[in-house]
Design a protein around this ligand. Sequence first.
Ligand code: ATP
Ligand code: MG
Length: 195
Amino acid sequence: MASQERQGKRQRLFVALDLPDKIRDGLTAWGEGELIDPGLRPVRPESLHVTLVFLGHREADEAAAIVEAVRNLSAPPVLMKLEDPISLPRRRRAAVFALPAPSPATTDLHHGLVDKMVTAGLHEDDGRDFWPHVTVARVRQEGRRPRRPTAVTRRPGDLPDPLKEPFYAVRLTLYRSELQPGGARYVPLAQVELS
Ligand code: ATP
Ligand code: MG
């Protein structure tokens, strides 16, 4: 897949809400103190986001149509808030740490976006429940076949109160995700200011 991506044939795409700089900076400062277990791979500050729709690998022509569709979107600012970190999967060794981001406006935006994409023939709804969240760290893998997440003993502590205040997401971005051993890089392809 990686070589296909390099040849420009298929692109791994997702639409996300970007966080205001103030929130990103706050999360970065929090992470410097809390995402310190050596088994953790913190998400880069510039990569912090709330995924709205994961579109998966797409051919170049489909990707071009998706870019066009996202450029033509409009939506109001989205009120959201963050909660203390939890690990996933539940009841098994942590593989990911994420901040739940419960927000009716985000859920509405997700459904509206899915409807538009499905109607335009650009997406198939997988029917799964939408769970808005910000992934803050992934757990490194250990062993080989079966690989499993390394044990995290220093789990991230709670967020400071100011980071749990509601805020507005101000931008929606279509990203291309370039998978790399050290963590994916996200390249913005289209952006919509929410106003
Ligand atoms: P890596 O998978 O290498 O750890 P990543 O998860 O940052 O990197 P992607 O897998 O490309 O990069 O995911 C991009 C975004 O889409 C992330 O927010 C991820 O949580 C989300 N995502 C990935 N796969 C799915 C899926 N099947 N359903 C819903 N969201 C997904
Ligand atoms: Mg992933």
